[in-house]
Structure formats: C-alpha cells, structure tokens
Ligand binder design. Structure first.
Ligand code: AMP
Ligand code: MG
Length: 310
C-alpha cells in the first residue's frame, strides 16, 4: 500500500503542471511549468521578474534606468553592460526604429501613467514633442519582457523542467516540446477585441512577441494615440499596421523587432525580413488584412504570404 502511494506521487510529480498568475512590469503574467521542479522554477522566475522590474523600470526612482537618466554614475554589472550594448545594437540594426532612448517622449505623451482613458492624457504640443526628441533618456520597455523571457529560459534549463509556457504580458516564451509532440499553438489577438485572428504553431523553445496599437492608447476627437512612437516624428507610429507578431529563438530580439517592425510598416518590414535570417513575422493591417512571412506557420485565417523573392 505504501509503495503504491509513493509511486503515484512520483508519477504525478513527473508530469506536474504548475500554474501561477502574477503581476510584474505593469502587466498580468501567466507562468505554466511542467516537471519535477516546476514549483522551484516558478519561484525563481518570479524572483527574476521582480529583480528585472526593480532594475529596469523607467518609473521607479531607484532603478538603474532612472539613475542613469538622472545622470548618476552607476556601477553596472557585466550583464547589465551587455544588455545596454545589445539594445544599442538592435537600435542600429533597425535604423533607429527601435530606439531605447525615448523616455522623455513617452513621458510627454503620458503613456507611463495613463490607463487607456482619455482623461489621463493630454496631447503634447509640437514644441514639447520636439524638445522631448532631443533628450536621450533610457526606456527599455520595448525589450525588457523579452529579456525576462530569455533569462527565464536559463532557469528552466538549469532546473531541467520538462516544458513551460510563459505569458509575460503578451510576450509568449515557450520552452521544450509538448507532451504529445505537436507544436505549441499561439493565437494572434484580434486588435478589435474579437476572437483570435489566427494561430501560430511553434516548436520547442521560442519567443512569440506582439506589438499592437490596442495594447495602450487613448482617443481624442476620434483619433487613436497609441504607445508605439515613431522616433522620426515623435508621434505614435502611423504605419497603417494594427499589430506585428515576431517569432524568434531569442526573446530580446523578438521584443525589439516587434516594436521596430510596427514603426517601419509592412513594406519596409518585408525588406528588413528579406535581409534577415533570424525571425518570422505576422502583420495585421489597419484594413484587417493579414500578412505572414514565408516560413511563419500560421493557420485558421486567410493571409498573404510575404515571399523571400521580391
Ligand atoms: P512594445 O510593447 O514591446 O512594442 O514596447 C512599447 C513600449 O516601448 C512603449 O510603451 C514605450 O515605453 C517604448 N517605446 C515606444 N516606442 C518605442 C520605439 N520606437 N522604440 C523603442 N521603445 C519604444
Ligand atoms: Mg517590443
């Protein structure tokens, strides 16, 4: 009898699925982990999220970001220096469409404090926008959740858990293979709030990151002002896209590129993709059309394929 009970616990332990909903980086997150050390993995991932939020928050006054922005001399660890270098490289790679120094600009638009209600926002004047564009202050908001996904993968690897799906506020990080060997299925959100538009299938450890104009915005006189800003104009990117989803083996790249491609728009993004080899993408336009790059495994919707041939 005792032997039978022990065996049952071990077997259940092997296949254990642990789930936790939590709130970090101003967004709801959902952690699902399968494996013997699932509890420990969730505990460590939460520690990581707390740590990254504390370190890279643009609104907390004692974060590394705020201290750098205040012009303080900050003793950075090698890992922190590497992250700063990495976001700068991604900014160069995207010709500045991803710009990690837009803090002053996001601030004049009120995006740090508003909660999608017009009352919280005031339209900045052209002078305020021009002045904000000259200030180079860090904001890692477009890459830090991807960074969290990447670091979480290291924790999952260390603990050798079986598999995991982490939803870090719309940044999905998968880890390992599904039990039945079929791919993970990730829904592309409808920007108008309806059902999923289509489903992306991905295998193994992958980051699937969406940037969309519906994630944070306000409306004045029927115009939508959203949180993805065009560093060239200082205004919300007017690229005729509603969302961009990037699938990439690396979380930071996926996160930075989803923001950058949203700013670039469809044509420029297609060209950028043709000159790259590390990601696939799905685009939803403001007229509701869906475009997917050649090797994106999208199903459940009608879409145009962006081919590697021009
Ligand atoms: P994401 O949701 O990943 O596309 O990131 C959007 C967030 O990144 C915004 O809330 C801003 O904090 C910041 N941001 C806005 N526009 C840009 C941009 N063009 N490049 C980099 N960060 C940006
Ligand atoms: Mg991003």
């Amino acid at each position: 009898m005792i032997a039978a009970v022990l065996l049952c616990v071990l077997l259940c332990g092997c296949a254990a699925e642990k789930q936790k909903t939590c709130y970090y980086m101003n967004t709801v997150m959902d952690l699902q982990v399968w494996g013997n050390d699932a509890d420990e993995a969730i505990y460590r991932i939460e520690q990581l999220l707390e740590d990254l939020e504390h370190k890279w928050s643009v609104t907390k006054s004692d974060s590394v970001t705020s201290r750098l922005n205040a012009g303080e001399n900050v003793a950075l660890s090698d890992e922190e220096i590497a992250f700063l270098a990495e976001v700068q490289t991604l900014s160069e790679r995207t010709d500045g469409a991803f710009d990690p120094k837009l803090h002053a600009l996001s601030n004049v638009w009120g995006f740090y404090f508003g909660q999608n209600q017009a009352d919280d926002f005031v339209l900045p004047t052209d002078e305020q926008i021009a002045a904000a564009l000259t200030e180079e202050k860090w904001d890692f908001g477009a890459a830090v959740k991807g960074y969290a996904g990447r670091q979480a993968v290291s924790i999952l690897e260390d603990l050798r858990v079986q598999r995991a799906v982490l939803n870090l506020g719309g940044n999905i990080q998968t880890y390992g293979e599904k039990a039945d060997g079929t791919p993970w299925q990730i829904g592309i959100q409808d920007p108008n709030g309806g059902d999923y538009l289509g489903v992306l299938s991905v295998s193994g450890t992958m980051a699937v990151v969406t940037s969309g104009d519906y994630q944070r915005y306000f409306e004045v006189d029927g115009n939508r002002y959203h949180h993805i800003l065009d560093p060239q104009t200082g205004y919300p990117a007017d690229s005729r896209l509603r969302s961009v989803t990037v699938v990439c083996a690396d979380g930071v790249t996926a996160d930075a590129l989803s923001t950058a491609l949203f700013v670039m728009g469809l044509e420029q993004s297609a060209e950028f993709w043709r000159n790259s080899s590390d990601f696939e993408a799905v685009f939803v336009t403001d007229t509701g059309e869906i475009y997917a790059t050649e090797s994106a495994t999208l199903s459940g919707c009608t879409f145009e394929v962006i081919s590697s041939e021009k």
